[in-house]
Design a protein around this ligand. Structure first.
Ligand code: ADP
Ligand code: MG
Length: 703
């Protein structure tokens, strides 16, 4: 875990020396602020003692009891220590502890008559009350009880809770507790003081337990607000910095039939109003010297490629180069084919760069890029590798940008910052995504991003009919597929992820391919060709298979989720997804978007295997009922639900540990609002706030 955006100059960690501080480091806890912001996962109430005759099954309690006897039983690794206890007061009840990890010296301390304080869940066992693996310590009669709830922190091997509690207490004492959110902002949004909030969260009074468990305590709101504020501040700062840099201004060419006009004239369709709006927004950005930083989002099949092509045409018409990159070779190849079909006849030189091409081919292409002979450069992330020198790059377009890894996004950003050869200018950046993002999420993730949305599909598409079918009817379905293919239609058959294992995944797809090939080779009928596509195939093989499918030579394409993004074969009108219950909503929607691209009525069949979990059932129902990607994305956010106690949920947004965008949308608005005012009126507090939350050397991954 070394990849951290923190600068090495962060304040000293709260702990000291050796294995413990290495363990703290593993949790990402370096500065006192990191430690102070390491919030408990849950709390235990050890503030009250329960007498043994007041126990009830399943309750988590603290009790004082006296050892009757202690004996080790069984042998390793099943060895356990049974400790029999009687109530320390007047009650007659007894309690048995079962301990699995113990040391000989502990056995020695557990002498008859010794008083223990135990904490854990009680069960009614065969021989009376039992606690399995409880917390325990020896105490004397007058040992005081804690007055606050006991925090339980997320931790890692080699870092006991007791150590973390001390580290937190130390950090809280050393902190410069100055509140970076000014009093008037706190009042405006009804937020408590930060230092008090932290104290409460690390050591709350037992009366606060219910509110904390519900995630509704004001101290929790305060922390979520601060987290969101840090993020909004960082994004607004990134924006300010970006606007200080310069890109080439790319005027909308007039004169005699400039390239964008000729491209429009050559298209077999006219743009939708939504596409026109996005083209205009992008075009206006490109005429500016401030670098464009725009996300073009539109549901699958909404027609983003042509919008990108028109932006590219504007750059090329102004005498500059454009690079378009896609996350997978299949997708990149498909772009290349489509764009080359559109643009090459208009005299545009197109270059192709990918990891799989031969060295000789690659070198020839690199020369054409460097000389400027190629105006449009297409490919995978090979396009942003260091050896690639552009003559005059003015626009970089990234398709399905969220699929690129962090390292690739950074490489892209660096190559953008490095600018176009010698000119000191930085290319404009257009990102495209088919994962529609609800507004709150877009604001949180992409504060430093302008967003254009294609919100309607091209005309003439009939909506995809979605049916949810039990896997018991799989054979009927195979027969139907055979019938469709005999009529010259085409279909996809998607095999699911098998427990995240690529190998099993592959076996599964290979087996399904064999099975369907055999089933569809009906006697007396020309055997329908069944193709196979999976992630382990060589790029060339994948491309050949996709080409054969596009050309209609393959009737049924069995695939793993490699086809999830971008593939466009209008004649394909049936999508079968096996074990649809294992897919997430957005994945299902992406897959479904592969059909319904032609005029024919298209179908999506979601095969499921019982029993279905309640969420899986809801997901499949949502797929059947909702066609719109935005509605599905919103549903997805809701279905993921409130999750863990205290808001330590996976929100899916980098850098958000506490806030949940499905639930905290109003708080996000508030944070955004405060961020704007703070940057104006208290820039030093703003800087300090970002440093606390994101580290001193914070490097915002906005690309
Ligand atoms: P995506 O947004 O998923 O990348 P594409 O750009 O691949 O979508 O477009 C999907 C299909 O729709 C392509 O075959 C494309 O040529 C076609 N298309 C795009 N715009 C229009 C339009 N305005 N009218 C008709 N067809 C269009
Ligand atoms: Mg696309």
């Amino acid at each position: 875990m070394s990849a951290s955006p923190r600068s090495p100059k962060s304040p000293r960690p709260a702990g000291s020396g050796g294995a413990r501080s290495a363990a703290l480091e593993r949790l990402g806890l370096r500065s006192d602020w990191d430690v102070a912001l390491h919030l408990p996962l849950r709390y235990e109430d050890e503030t009250r003692l329960t007498a043994l005759d007041a126990l009830c099954d399943g309750a988590v309690v603290t009790a004082d009891a006296v050892v009757i006897d202690a004996q080790a039983q069984g042998r390793a690794p099943r060895r356990q220590l049974l400790v029999h206890l009687r109530d320390a007061g007047s009650a007659q009840e007894t309690l048995t502890l079962r301990l699995f990890h113990f040391y000989p010296h502990q056995l020695k301390t557990l002498q008859p008559g010794v008083r223990l304080r135990v904490h854990g869940q009680v069960r009614q066992g065969l021989f009376g009350w039992e606690m399995v693996h409880p917390g325990w310590k020896t105490v004397d009669e007058h040992a005081p009880l804690p007055t606050t709830l006991t925090p339980v922190y997320p931790t890692t091997a080699g870092l006991p809770q007791s150590y973390l509690r001390k580290a937190v207490a130390g950090a809280l004492q050393r902190l410069d507790g100055r509140d970076t959110v000014p009093q008037d902002e706190r009042a405006r949004h009804h937020l408590p003081d930060l230092a008090a909030s932290l104290r409460i969260l690390h050591a709350p009074p037992s009366s606060a337990l219910a509110a904390l468990e519900a995630g509704e305590h004001p101290a929790q709101r305060r922390l979520k607000f601060d987290e969101l504020l840090a993020q909004q501040l960082a994004q607004q700062q990134a924006r300010t910095q970006r606007l200080r840099r310069k890109s080439p201004a790319l005027p909308v060419a007039d004169g005699d039939a400039p390239l964008p006009q000729r491209l429009r004239a050559a298209l077999p369709f006219t743009l939708t109003a939504a596409q026109e709006r996005c083209v205009a927004e992008i075009s206006a950005d490109l005429t500016q010297t401030a670098p464009m930083h725009r996300l073009l989002q539109g549901d699958v099949g909404s027609g983003k490629t042509v919008v990108a092509a028109l932006a590219a045409a504007q750059a090329m018409a102004a005498g500059w180069q454009c690079a378009i990159m896609a996350p997978t070779e299949i997708l990149a190849a498909q772009h290349a084919r489509k764009l080359a079909d559109w643009l090459e006849p208009l005299g545009v030189g197109v270059a192709w760069l990918s990891g799989s091409q031969s060295r000789k081919e690659r070198e020839a292409e690199l020369l054409r890029v460097a000389s400027g002979q190629a105006q449009l450069v297409l490919g995978t992330h090979a396009v942003i590798q260091a050896q690639v020198r552009f003559a005059r790059l003015a626009l970089a377009i990234v398709d399905e940008q969220h699929r690129f890894g962090v390292a690739q996004r950074l490489a892209l950003r660096d190559s953008l910052l490095a600018g176009t050869q010698g000119s000191g200018l930085q290319p404009h950046l257009l990102m495209m995504s088919a994962t529609p993002i609800p507004r709150t999420l877009a604001m949180a993730m992409f504060g430093d991003l302008d967003v254009s949305t294609i919100d309607t599909l091209p005309p003439g598409r009939s909506p995809v009919r979605t049916t949810v079918v039990s896997a018991e009817r799989r054979d009927d379905l195979i027969e139907r597929v055979g019938g469709l293919i005999a009529q010259g239609r085409q279909a996809y058959w998607v095999c699911p992820l098998v427990e995240e294992s690529e190998t099993l995944d592959l076996q599964n797809a290979v087996a399904t391919h064999a099975e369907l090939s055999a089933a569809l080779a009906a006697p007396g009928q020309a055997a329908a060709r069944v193709g196979l596509l999976h992630g382990r195939m060589k790029a060339g093989e994948k491309r050949a298979t996709m080409q054969a499918f596009s050309a209609g030579e393959i009737g049924l394409l069995v695939a793993t989720t490699v086809i999830e993004v971008g593939v466009d074969v209008p004649n394909a009108s049936l999508m079968v997804i096996e074990h649809a219950e294992r897919f997430g909503l957005s994945q299902l929607h992406q897959l479904r978007g592969r059909v319904g691209r032609g005029a024919a009525q298209s179908d999506c069949v979601l095969l499921f295997t019982s029993p279905l979990s309640p969420t899986a059932r809801e997901r499949l129902a949502a797929m059947r009922e909702l066609a719109d990607g935005f509605a599905l994305a919103q549903k997805d956010l809701e279905l993921r639900g409130p999750g863990e106690l205290l808001g330590l949920r996976q929100s899916g947004v980098p850098g958000l540990r506490y806030a949940d965008l499905a639930l905290d949308a109003t708080l996000l608005e508030a944070a955004r609002d405060t961020a704007q005012r703070l940057l104006q009126s208290a820039p030093e507090a703003a800087r300090q706030h970002v440093a606390r939350w994101l580290g001193e050397g914070f490097d915002w991954l906005s690309a």
